[in-house]
Design a binder for this molecule. Structure first.
Ligand SMILES: [Mg+2]
Length: 275
């Protein structure tokens, strides 16, 4: 007898590409979640293209690559997408050779610099945009200069909307909290690059050369991963190893196409569908 899960999973047969959240989906803190290596082996064996899609703007692509590769996954930098990459591309296309004032860390700084964008300090120059990501060394000075540049007409861009970030100490302030402070100060709303907005999903599909109808989004958060995937027209899979689970699907009212306990269960269901 087929399980209800197996019935709702029939869409997997038609999936040629997958976008994959990292924290809570592939990793928990510095640890690999169960089945990580087998999951990527499965994707490679079945020629399913993939892009990771992380809302975390603080880490560089090579930091993620080293972290995931250390668990035995053969992962190229070209398969990794974070909201820093998306933000840098957005700024590069809109303001070629432009200047930005940045609040953020190495992940964002590297992405912007590699895209040929000049990062200015203080009020040394007119910024085309103020780019804000998670910054564990946030200061009054940084908030002041960001506010002034936005008041002077710089576009206000946020890497991701997340208010809090899970750490060993508990939930600590993330990018979203800085965005709220600056929005309150300037009365300007930021354009947000990360999930659930379309920018990262669009770039991921463009890199893979695929359409939403053949792509699925896998993640652990309903409001970002699942809602974003749905908005883009993708099929969505919630994995219960991070923030959300079957119970929060009911309370939050965001319905994924499939809910799986963990990566091994997803691989088992997908294999069954492929026969
Ligand atoms: Mg996550």
């Amino acid at each position: 007898m087929r399980s209800p899960q197996a019935q709702s999973a029939s869409f997997l047969k038609d999936m040629h590409a997958i976008m994959i959240d990292i924290d809570g989906t592939l990793l928990r803190g510095n640890l690999a979640l169960p089945g990580l290596v087998d999951f990527f082996n499965f994707l490679n064996e079945h020629d399913i293209q993939f892009q990771t899609a992380s809302n975390n703007a603080t880490k560089t692509l090579s930091a993620y690559q080293q972290k995931i590769s250390a668990f035995g996954v053969n992962l190229s930098i070209n398969n990794i997408l974070t909201c820093s990459t998306v933000t840098a591309l957005y700024v590069q296309e809109k303001y070629p050779g432009g200047k930005v004032y940045m609040i953020g860390q190495s992940g964002l700084e590297e992405a912007l610099t590699q895209a040929g964008i000049q990062i200015i300090s203080g009020m040394n120059g007119k910024a085309d945009a103020v780019v804000v990501g998670g910054d564990y060394s946030l200061t009054y000075e940084k908030l002041k200069y960001a506010s002034l540049h936005i008041q002077h007409g710089a576009e206000f861009i946020g890497t991701n909307p997340d208010l809090l970030y899970p750490t060993d100490e508990g939930l600590v302030p993330e990018c979203g909290m800085t965005l709220v402070a600056l929005e309150t100060a300037t009365q300007v709303k930021p354009v947000i690059m990360g999930k659930p907005n379309h920018f990262m999903f669009d770039l991921g599909m463009k890199k893979m050369g695929v359409q939403p109808i053949e792509t699925t989004m896998l993640g652990d958060r309903l409001e970002t991963d699942i809602q974003g995937g749905k908005n883009t027209g993708m099929k969505t899979i919630l994995v219960e190893t991070g923030v959300d689970n079957q119970a929060s699907v009911v309370t939050k009212g965001i319905q994924p196409d499939l809910v799986v306990r963990d990566l091994p269960e997803l691989v088992a269901i997908w294999k069954e569908q492929l026969g």
